[in-house]
Design a protein around this ligand. Sequence first.
Ligand SMILES: Nc1nc2c(c(=O)[nH]1)N[C@H]1C(S)=C(S)[C@@H](COP(=O)(O)OP(=O)(O)OC[C@H]3O[C@@H](n4cnc5c(=O)[nH]c(N)nc54)[C@H](O)[C@@H]3O)O[C@H]1N2
Ligand SMILES: Nc1nc2c(c(=O)[nH]1)N[C@H]1C(S)=C(S)[C@@H](COP(=O)(O)OP(=O)(O)OC[C@H]3O[C@@H](n4cnc5c(=O)[nH]c(N)nc54)[C@H](O)[C@@H]3O)O[C@H]1N2
Ligand SMILES: [Mo]
Length: 801
Amino acid sequence: MAYRDGIDQPWGTRTPYGPGEPWPVRVDSHLANGLTAADVDRWVRTAAVLHSNGDGLDLAVKDGSIVGVRGRADDRVNRGRLDPKDLFGWQANASPDRLTTPLIRRDGELVEASWDEAMALVVKHSKDLLDAQGPSALGFYTSGQLFAEEYYTLATIAHAGIGTNHLDGNTRLCTATAAAALKESFGCDGQPGSYSDIDHADVIALFGHNVAETQSVLWARMLDRLAGPNPPAILCVDPRDTPVARAATVHLAPLPGTNLALMNGLLHEVIAHDRVDHDYVDRHTVGFAELEKLVAGFPPDRVAGICGLEPREITEAAELLGSAERLLCTVLQGFYQSHQAGAASVQVNNLVLLRGMLGKPGAGVLQMNGQPTAENTRECGADGDLTGFRNWANDAHVAELAELWNVEQSEIPHYGPPTHLMQMLRYAENGTLRFLWVSATNPAVSLPELRRIRSILTQERLFLVVQDAFRTETAELADVVLPAAIWGEKIGTFTNADRTVHLSEKAVEPPGQARSDLDILLDYARRMNFRDKDGAPLPQWHDAESAFEAWKRASAGRPCDYTGLSYAKLRAVSGIQWPCNEENPDGTERLYADGKFFAQPEYCESYGRDLVTGAPMEPTEYQALNPDGKAMIKAAEYLPPHEPPGAEYPFALITGRTVYHFHTRTKTARAPQLQAAAPESWVEVSDVDAKRLDLHEGDWAAITTPRGEVRARVRVGGIRQGVLFIPFHYGYFDTDDPSGRRGDRAANELTPTDWDPVSKQPLFKTAAAAIRRADPGPGSAEPAPGGDTRVAENLETGAAR
Ligand SMILES: Nc1nc2c(c(=O)[nH]1)N[C@H]1C(S)=C(S)[C@@H](COP(=O)(O)OP(=O)(O)OC[C@H]3O[C@@H](n4cnc5c(=O)[nH]c(N)nc54)[C@H](O)[C@@H]3O)O[C@H]1N2
Ligand SMILES: Nc1nc2c(c(=O)[nH]1)N[C@H]1C(S)=C(S)[C@@H](COP(=O)(O)OP(=O)(O)OC[C@H]3O[C@@H](n4cnc5c(=O)[nH]c(N)nc54)[C@H](O)[C@@H]3O)O[C@H]1N2
Ligand SMILES: [Mo]
């Protein structure tokens, strides 16, 4: 068992391996100061919750407290490795500022209250609004960080108990585009590929995915392949010089917001050089001719002009993609949160389909997830999807749900898809939505255009319930705050980006009166007295395991079939990939290996949309397009971004992550090692731009967009000219902000209210901005604040080559 310093060496030491060989085991561990494994009373099974990778780990428990972590050597995902956030982030559980009692707003202040008082208020507002305005006055905004049992319970309560269509997750900000792209191409959500494809691939192409910092154990797997015999070639598409870019064979740094043009250009080359697997395309797809026609208009020189690249770079990248024998593509926020997100992400699926790269080891596509349990939000139907990847526009699917929940079909709203969050906010803004229950997300930092978000959430007429473990920026705005038990303090299951399901056991008691989200939701249902059509309580389950059994029934026969899983089985095996059922008792490594898709008209999750306008297709159109349920190749015309850089705002602004923090830092800022590694926000500026603007490393800069202004210290380099990058982790609260500046550093003060027409995912990565030096001026500069992995990265990639 290796102790390692996860701060200086985010990816640890190399364990090289060759193509087709198993990835060697390397067990990472960290225990609280002075403790050794001999001091640990118990090790408790779980998996990582500070990203979507699903790394299996055990929590060390001593005297009723969590005192450390150890990776699970037998886990299929990580073979023992842990990411820096997982080595240290568990310390947040025991933070002295955890919420321990409910809070209610009295005379403008949040004051402590009993559970009875707090829940009585929530129930009174729910009932009053149901009577006065009906179910559409109530909305729920949940997370990608709860457990499957909790999402399924919430979906049941919202859709069948209340009967509102207003239920979405922060997965809308995260993986709505992944889900949309999969639905457009394959008729249904569900990750085709598997992490084990990394062991076999000869080309790995990462589209807008900084895997090194955001799924660092997955990057360790790639680095180990790079350090072994016959390493894969890497294509990186990212405007920044990320660790992935530095290890890449070909790095394309397109202008933000031009992904679709680039993809059309790459497809143009693949087709022009006839790198198409015609047999595969003929047998398993529809739509090739239209794509061929559309991308004919995207030759390299035109695309180079749009993307700010050299034509040669595009042909080089296309050659790599076109000559690959085992091509693995991954996609994440550089595509999902950028202009034409859905359309661009679908083109990655098209690439894989054209090249016949599905279902065999080393070939495939990972339309990535971000959050640890985003997959479950989607499959349980706690976002804009219906439970079990059912199709809201297919009455037979809604009838199945009505039967499962034993309610009338007419009680489950399906006049349109469940309301997406940005629309819900609009309803709240104009006063038809009057009750919003936010669980496990911090929208006052994570949503775009924060000034507008604050004004919506603080309206007198909106009753805001916030369920969290900490007194976040959002909790501060609430009418009622409910203290939640978190990971390690409750039991449940969750599923990572490659469909691997883990059981997360309860290791310790939650602090004070904090309760699991499941218990809170079930308590609400009982107090609301929801009933099915025979008068029985709705939902009928009463704890996590009975909720899991109910969810299994809801998943039966659907793509995400859990019927072959049980808590007992998940205690015996560390990580099992769905579908897991009678036919596939050990789970399923790759979807679509047989060229059969979940796309039959009567079975598919969605009839699809127009990729440019987002207009939904009619069932009859789908039937005509794809009667046999094949994979769909869909073309889309490139449009310029809505807010291109111009005279007043000459830079393209993008936002994203660092390896040391998770989101709004409610956990990672409470882990001293992580907070010390990246204590303060910064802005990345290219060398050329910095020189021109007389900006130096460590200078304070003011960054402005039409929405607002923030301040951050300058980091010079690491990004293409004309582009600025700000991490979005830093909200306006802090425990130790040395500058004393608050309220002027959250990246989302700058981002626009705009979303992708297909997935409705907000555009966090396409805006125009200006930058100037702010006081105290030149000469006062210290280096830009910590979190600088550049040294470590260079060591790492150097070692890998
Ligand atoms: N350390 C850490 N890990 C995390 C998280 C975290 O907060 N911290 N969060 C988790 C979650 S929820 C998510 S969703 C994932 C996100 O994981 P990633 O998507 O890998 O992370 P981001 O930094 O948001 O964006 C990735 C890259 O997109 C690039 N990019 C920006 N605009 C464009 C563009 O127009 N085109 C292209 N091609 N690229 C562009 C950025 O330069 C950035 O390097 O990470 C997960 N893992
Ligand atoms: N500008 C910009 N904005 C972005 C992004 C970006 O790249 N750029 N990325 C977007 C993406 S991909 C994401 S995923 C979002 C993330 O945005 P958020 O979801 O707002 O971020 P978190 O800080 O993870 O918030 C989760 C909250 O849940 C709480 N919590 C943790 N576990 C539990 C639990 O078990 N129960 C309860 N009740 N609470 C719990 C935590 O304390 C925390 O307050 O941000 C989005 N916003
Ligand atoms: Mo995310």
